[in-house]
Design a protein around this ligand. Sequence first.
Ligand code: C2E
Ligand code: MG
Ligand code: MG
Ligand code: MG
Length: 290
Amino acid sequence: GAKTQGKNRWEIFDENRRARAVDRVAVAATLRQALRDDRFVLHFQPVIDLGTGKAVAVESLVRLDDPHYGLLPPAAFIQVAEDSGLIVPIGTYVLQEACRRLAAWRAAGIVPPDFRAAVNLSARQATQPDLAKTVGRALARAGIEPAALALELTETVLMDADTSTLRQFEELREMGVELGIDDFGTGYSSLSYLKRLPVSIIKVDRSFVAGLVTDPSDREIVTAVIRLGQALGLTTIAEGVEDAEQFSMLQELGCDQAQGYLLGRPQAQPPTVSVLMSGTSRDSSRNPTL
Ligand code: C2E
Ligand code: MG
Ligand code: MG
Ligand code: MG
C-alpha cells in the first residue's frame, strides 16, 4: 500500500544521503526549499499520566512533507539539518507551531487548559545565544504560559553546555519553562549534571522500557532511574511503552508519565485526552484544521 511505498522511498532517500556527500548538499537544498514552502509538519504523541490514565501533554515530533518522497521522518533529515545549521530555523518553526497548536486546542476545548507540549531541541539550537528569547517569543505569540512548555535535551548537550548555554537554560527555567533529559541512560553517564543543571524531567529511554518485563537488568535500570528521579524531585517519563505489562509495571514502580505506541502513536491530529480510563472523551479527529 501507500504506507509501505512511503517507507521504502525514505529508506532509499536515506541511503543516498549516507552514500554520497553530494546528496547531503541536495538534502540541504531540499530542506531550505521546504522551509520556504512551509513543508515541515508536526505530529503529536500523547504523554499519559500513570496515576489517572489521562493524556496531560504531547511530544511534538517534526516530519517533512516532501513532494517527491512523501512524509519523511526526522531520521531522514535531522543530521543534515544539524550539520548545515538549518536545524535552527526548522527548530524555531517547531517551537512556534507547537505553541500555536496547543493554544488552538485549548481554545477549542479539545484539551484541558493545563495541557502541555514538549519540543525536542538539537545541540545546535540549544547553544544559540538567543535561545531563551526565541522560546519566549514563541510562547508570547501563542499566548501560552512558559510552564506549559517542556524542552527535551540530550545528555550530550547538557554535558557539553558552556557557561553561556547554561545561562540560557537558567533563564528558561526562571521563565518557568521545563527542561527534560531525553533518552536518559543512553548518553554520557555522569549524574552530577542532574544536580548542577536546571532539569525537571527525565525520560527513561525506550531501550530500557523494551526489556522491562523480560530482562532483569533492564528492570533494575528502570527501577533505579525512577527512584533517582523521585529522590531528586523530578518528573519521570517512560518512553516506548508498547504493551500492557510494561504499562502496569511502570505504574507499580511509581513512574509519573508514559508515552508509547500502546498509548498513542504520533499523529497529525490533536490527542484524545481520555486514553485509558472512562470519562469525557472528545473525538477531535474530525477537525483536522486545529
Ligand atoms: P525522541 O525525542 O526520543 O522521540 C521519540 C521517538 O520514538 C519518535 O520517533 C517516536 O515516534 C518514537 N516512538 C514513540 N513511541 C514509540 C514506541 O512505543 N515504540 C517505538 N519503537 N518508537 C516509539 P520520531 O518521531 O521518528 O523521532 C525520532 C527522533 O528525532 C526523536 O527522538 C528526536 O530525537 C528527533 N526529533 C523529532 N522531532 C524533532 C524536532 O522537532 N527537533 C529535533 N531537533 N529533533 C527532533
Ligand atoms: Mg524527545
Ligand atoms: Mg526520547
Ligand atoms: Mg528515544
